[in-house]
Write a new protein. Structure first.
Lengths: 57, 490
């Protein structure tokens, strides 16, 4: 029988613990290191952090 | 002229001393007593521990910085406090023992008007047999990233492990906590994923078995009882995100574990269900539990009053509610606001040195009675904010009189930003950027999660790594008191 091998799903089979959580797919993982998207997130995260830091001082 | 003595030169002590020196000017004296000659940006030690930074990258000499700030600096450790003075004088004083090469072992007393205890923790390796060497230092079986020197040692051992894998020898990595009452799971969390990242870069990940061992009752507890974040329209627990990252990277986990004994290549543990087991390893980094540094206190007659000034764990009592009560009755208001010692009003504690009223995570015990739960984190941003608030209070007490209003910085009312590295690299690095608000959950104000989910968030990615890397340079710049240092928040 042909096996469909999806890279992000491989770890699900490694243990029951792994199987009961969520593992990011190819797109989500690619976005984590996509420079353009991460630059936008960099701005957003900094704004969020500055708000929390401001509320804490 | 009043004299403020600050014990400790870490995040809390350095913040207190430098702001107090700036605000008090040359009319009053600020004295720092710290056993270290160098300041260490501890959050970057994990990068030293995998060989991505050097000790010099994360440390700098304190003496020239304190000279620039007009702070009197003693490279020494505090031994005892006499808050009532002695027979012939009512002036309180501390006894110190020098650690610098030229005066090592010499003792001296320093009188003070105000004292801030910011000694940080004693790394209590000996709490677990085999984790320590029996003389208070790290043992020979494991490594640590708690100090820059420990991290350098860890990086050498890590390189040796990589070489073995390149020669075809499989290696087992065990990273986590070395006792049931540890804190600082975040540092171990960063280290295990930086190791995983470096193993991938070295092309030997398939030769490594990786396992996390921790006293947390669930992954993602981090000593704060976990946190809930808004993601994709859901409010979800940090447990789900932590487990996801471990599964994605192929890292197995063992939680609710009290490391009871360490031997060469083997750890013995007890779990929350009372069962015991062993875990073998080739390379292990286990964070030790923290304790107070062992300061003693004496009254005017020379009688030991350590129990009055310090909690049993060695941390200094402050304005917290230490009344023992069950978890269900814990309140955000139990946590201290001013960090003033209740007995001696001219003494304060900041950072890890203050005694928390209780832990933050739900208390857990094995059926054998072994407590297995993380102790509360008081590092990083909270340490800096507390240090600054204490400096403000002391300066006001000195300049406005003893009835001056004390500044407040309750961990139940402040948030914290935390960036946990999961691998270093300008284009392939990743880190989990998180904020929590407040640090100590307030279930009266936020009955569901204990925190404001509008200000509690987390996400992993390259942006987080950029932030962590920028913070590395920013906080070292600030700690060196370079131009504009006061504009950089704690």
């Amino acid at each position: 029988m042909d096996q469909k091998l999806v890279e992000e799903e491989i770890n699900f089979q490694k243990s029951d613990k792994f199987n009961l959580t969520m593992i990011p797919g190819k797109f989500a993982r690619a976005m984590r290191t996509c420079v353009i998207w991460q630059f936008i997130r960099f701005i957003v995260i900094n704004i969020k952090m500055i708000i929390v830091v401001g509320k804490s001082h | 002229m009043a004299r403020l003595v600050v014990l400790g030169g870490g995040v809390a002590g350095h913040t207190t001393a430098t702001f107090a020196a700036k605000w008090l000017g040359s009319q009053h004296e600020v004295v720092v007593v710290t056993p270290n000659s160098k300041w260490n940006w501890i959050p970057s030690n994990i990068w030293v521990g995998v060989g991505e930074m050097t000790k010099e990258d994360v440390t700098f000499d304190l003496a020239p910085v304190y000279a620039k700030a007009g702070i009197t600096y003693h490279q020494a450790k505090a031994v005892s406090i006499n808050p009532e003075g002695k027979d012939d004088s009512d002036k309180p004083f501390v006894t110190i023992e020098y650690t610098s090469a030229d005066k090592a072992g010499q003792t001296e007393t320093i009188e003070y008007d105000y004292l801030v205890n910011a000694t940080g923790p004693k790394l209590n390796f000996d709490a677990t047999p085999g984790l320590g060497d029996g003389n208070g230092q790290m043992g020979e079986h494991t490594v640590s990233v708690c100090t820059a020197d420990h991290a350098v040692h860890a990086s050498h051992k890590f390189k040796e492990a990589i070489e073995k894998m390149k020669k075809g020898e499989r290696q087992k990595f065990l990273i986590g906590t070395g006792h049931g009452m540890c804190t600082c799971q975040g540092a171990a969390f960063e280290y295990i994923f930086n190791i995983e990242h470096e193993l991938n870069k070295a092309g030997v990940r398939d030769m490594a078995d990786m396992k996390w061992i921790s006293n947390e009752s669930f992954l993602g507890d981090f000593g704060m009882g976990g946190l809930h974040m808004k993601v994709g329209g859901y409010v979800v627990s940090s447990k789900l995100f932590a487990e996801s990252l471990f599964a994605e990277r192929g890292v197995d986990w063992l939680i609710g574990a009290h490391t009871s004994k360490v031997e060469e290549g083997k750890v013995h543990y007890e779990l929350l269900d009372g069962s015991t087991g062993e875990e073998e390893f080739d390379f292990a980094m286990l964070i030790p539990p923290f304790a107070g540094v062992g300061l003693k206190a004496y009254n005017k007659a020379g009688e030991d009053i350590t129990d009055t000034v310090f909690a049993p764990n060695g941390f200094m009592k402050v304005d917290a509610d230490y009344t023992p009560k069950p978890y269900e009755e814990w309140k955000a208001s139990d946590w201290p606001r001013t960090y003033q010692n209740p007995t001696y009003k001219n003494m304060f504690a900041a950072g890890i040195a203050f005694a928390p009223p209780h832990i933050i995570s739900k208390p857990m015990k094995s059926p054998n009675g072994t407590p297995i739960n993380p102790t509360p984190p008081r590092t990083g941003m909270p340490s800096g904010i507390i240090g600054k608030a204490v400096a403000h209070s002391v300066c006001d007490l000195i300049t406005k009189g003893e009835n001056a209003h004390l500044h407040e910085a309750s961990m139940a009312e402040m948030g914290a930003a935390c960036v946990a590295s999961a691998g270093k690299g300008i284009f392939d690095g990743q880190a989990a950027a998180m904020t929590v608000y407040p640090v100590v959950p307030d279930f009266d104000k936020y009955p569901g999660t204990g925190r404001d989910t509008d200000y509690t968030f987390g996400e992993i990615g390259l942006a987080g790594h950029w932030i962590k890397h920028i913070l590395h340079y920013l906080f070292i710049y600030k700690a060196k008191l370079n131009p504009g240092w006061t504009l950089i928040p704690e």
